[in-house]
Design a protein around this ligand. Structure first.
Ligand SMILES: Cc1cc2nc3c(=O)[nH]c(=O)nc-3n(C[C@H](O)[C@H](O)[C@H](O)COP(=O)(O)O)c2cc1C
Length: 168
């Protein structure tokens, strides 16, 4: 799969078979995050992975009742170790960096046939408690991960002409 094929193959997976994700696969997904770029190459992030197992109800609750979360095999949290570095452009570097790391992870997961769903609807306090994440860290992005149960239809995208202006 070339990159555009991979980008097309990635969908938000909200239905999982329950088959386990191997430790090797988890490590490979984390490795993709490790390779992501970051502002000033600070890499001021921390990655967490936990199996959901018999804590499905806790993870669902941490994600404000999103039931599919409990079906996934694992849960990823990407955290900023919060140095509050704001780039000259005005954007918080931690949020941007962690989002890139999560994107790399999700793309690697897609490449090896795993399903993911990026989550923004979660309680950072509950996620920190479930994954034993230090209080001072900011949980920027979470994702479910697991073997997809069936095909997920692709969501439409705006036409390129709606979102891109070529300037001379
Ligand atoms: C920052 C972000 C937060 C999201 N939060 C959630 C979420 O909490 N629950 C959910 O089911 N999907 C969530 N999604 C998935 C989006 O709904 C999904 O990416 C979008 O509808 C496009 O569908 P696709 O990912 O299948 O292409 C989130 C995606 C992003 C990028």
């Amino acid at each position: 799969m070339n990159f555009l094929e991979l980008a097309k193959a990635r969908v938000s997976c909200r239905s999982y078979s329950g088959a386990p994700v191997s430790k090797e696969s988890v490590m490979s997904v984390m490795e993709a995050g490790r390779l992501a770029p970051s502002a000033r190459n600070r890499q001021n992030w921390a990655f967490y992975y936990a199996q959901i197992g018999d804590r499905a109800e806790n993870f669902i609750e941490a994600c404000y009742g999103q039931k599919f979360v409990g079906q996934a095999h694992g849960f990823i949290a990407v955290c900023d170790k919060t140095d509050d570095y704001v780039m000259k452009c005005g954007q918080n570097a931690g949020s941007v960096d962690c989002s890139i790391a999560m994107t790399f992870m999700i793309m690697r997961a897609t490449e090896i046939g795993l399903g993911t769903c990026w989550l923004g609807r979660f309680s950072p306090e509950r996620v920190k408690s479930l994954l034993d994440i230090p209080e001072s860290y900011a949980v920027v992005a979470c994702s479910t991960i697991g073997h997809p149960a069936g095909e997920t239809p692709r969501q439409p995208r705006k036409e390129l002409s709606e979102v891109f202006d070529l300037r001379s």
